[in-house]
Design a protein around this ligand. Structure first.
Ligand code: B12
Length: 420
């Protein structure tokens, strides 16, 4: 937007609404923009809009971010705000179109017209914020589930971990992670390069010539200036299923440390993460691995400094790379878990295939459909002692530093991604 002639006052992430209102008044903003990455933040957005209305701040509002849908913005958010209107920006270009409407005074009419238009096929984003999704969506046939569980575990002995509890991994050299980088996500999603008529193979060949050197240079700089600091904590615990919950035990297999509740697919034979663990009644305990990784606070701090210094391209390259490196670090730790448990030999050799789950087990992150409760990261971080590498959880259950990701790792050969 700045590059298109607008003055943008970036007040940063996780700002309370009082700060947003204060800044909007102080700078006489013509519009306010907010971005919501997690579903939790979209709920806060709605509260913010109600507060703006209550405080009489009446300016056009633009909303975007991975966790939003056009429907949520045009129905719930618009109803919460009214006033000069709220519009959904699918991407930065949508944002520019909307600002043009603010400038020519047609935003309000546009918002009203768009709110009335049908909303099918307008967004690939995830659904609206959901309330408590931990409960089962329909009655469960437990006889059937128990039979399936018995079947799943018959010939699959629990793996034997090299240690119990959590272990810290400090300062992983970035070159060790580079191989796990999802380049497609980096170039297309974060850096915004489009295929523009090229086939996927042509795009890959082009990207490897034109974009990979940029990524490698940036990685070198990050290593030299210590901008990315890859750290993590992971470990192994005894575990069992109890209904749709997974109970995590101490090494003795009887002292319950915590439990995570999971939703079950509402269909015959519907899956639930708990199915990949032997029931509590079984004398044998299964194993669960937990992990959390970060690229460190410096990544966010430097990205912000570059942004403030108007180094937009460097900022974009660094931010995209840092978040994808967090994902790469998560893959790296997951690979280490498979190696320690002795089944990494079954990993696909090709990285593209590996990133598509061609390995045994599954890494589920809280906040994803089979495992939706981001709140459960509280117990996860506490079991891991994640504060030892500087990872904490905000009141809105966001991981800090931003470039961090957590997961539970199910080790059962049939554990794959599924949606609920
Ligand atoms: C990359 C990614 C990550 C990265 C980095 C996230 C980051 N800070 O950028 C990492 C690996 C760190 C990560 C971690 C997590 N993630 Co994540 N992640 C993603 C992913 C794949 C892409 C997000 C992204 O960066 N997109 C690129 C940017 C540029 O796009 P964007 O944010 O959508 O913004 C564009 C538009 O929306 C628009 N826009 C956005 N804001 C605004 C504002 C205005 C004013 C305007 C005009 C336009 C606009 O313009 C932008 C450019 O086009 C999404 C899924 C998806 N496909 O979107 C999940 C997603 C956001 N993650 C999700 C989850 C659950 C998590 C974790 C909680 C998982 C975990 N337990 O570890 C953590 C939380 C991290 C934290 N700090 O709390 C969920 C969130 C849903 C939920 N339940 O809340 C998503 C939606 C995946 C999913 N389908 O479930 N994640």
């Amino acid at each position: 937007m700045t590059n298109n002639g607008y003055k943008v006052v970036n007040i940063g992430i996780k700002q309370p609404i009082t700060e947003i209102i204060k800044a909007a008044r102080e700078h006489k903003a013509d519009a306010v923009g907010m971005s919501g990455l997690l579903v939790k933040s979209t709920v806060i957005m709605k509260d913010n809009l109600e507060e703006m209305r209550a405080q009489g701040l009446d300016v056009p509002v633009l909303l975007g971010g991975a966790a939003l849908t056009r429907k949520f913005v045009e129905e719930d958010c618009l109803a919460a705000y009214g006033g000069s209107g709220v519009a959904y920006a699918r991407d930065a270009f949508d944002g520019l179109d909307l600002m043009a409407k603010v400038a020519e005074g047609s935003f309000d009419t546009f918002v009203q017209a768009r709110a009335k238009a049908p909303k099918s096929g307008n967004s690939k984003r995830i659904g609206q914020p959901t309330a408590d999704v931990s409960s089962t969506l329909r009655p469960v046939d437990w006889d059937e589930v128990n039979l399936r569980r018995a079947e799943l575990h018959r010939d699959v002995p629990p793996p034997v971990p090299p240690f119990w509890g959590a272990k810290v991994i400090e300062n992983v050299p970035l070159q060790n992670l580079a191989g796990f980088l999802n380049e497609t996500m980096l170039y297309q999603f974060h850096w915004g390069y489009r295929k523009q008529g090229k086939s996927i193979d042509e795009f890959k060949a082009w990207a490897s010539k034109e974009l990979k050197p940029i990524a490698l240079d940036m990685l070198k700089r990050c290593a030299k200036e210590n901008i990315l600091q890859a750290q993590g904590v992971y470990g192994y615990w005894k575990a069992a299923s109890d209904g749709d919950a997974v109970v995590v035990f101490d090494q003795d297999g009887t002292t319950e440390l915590t439990r995570f509740a999971f939703p079950r697919q509402a269909r015959d034979g519907g899956l639930c993460i708990a199915d990949f663990f032997r029931p509590v009644s079984d004398p044998q305990r299964d194993v669960i691995a937990l992990q959390v990784v970060t690229m460190g606070q410096q990544a966010s701090d430097v990205a912000r400094q570059w942004f403030e210094a108007n180094k937009y391209q460097d900022y974009l390259y660094l931010h995209g790379l840092s978040v994808e490196m967090a994902e790469a670090m998560a893959e790296y730790v997951h690979k280490r878990i498979r190696a320690e448990l002795g089944f990494a030999a079954g990993d696909a050799a090709d990285m593209d295939k590996l990133l598509k789950q061609n390995y045994q087990g599954s890494r589920y992150s809280f906040g994803y459909p089979a495992c939706p409760n981001v709140e459960d990261q509280k117990q996860l971080l506490s079991l891991l002692g994640a504060d030892r590498v500087g990872i904490t959880l905000s009141d809105e259950f966001q991981l800090e530093p931003e470039q961090s990701t957590s997961a539970i790792v199910c080790l059962h050969p049939q554990a794959k991604y599924f949606t609920v």
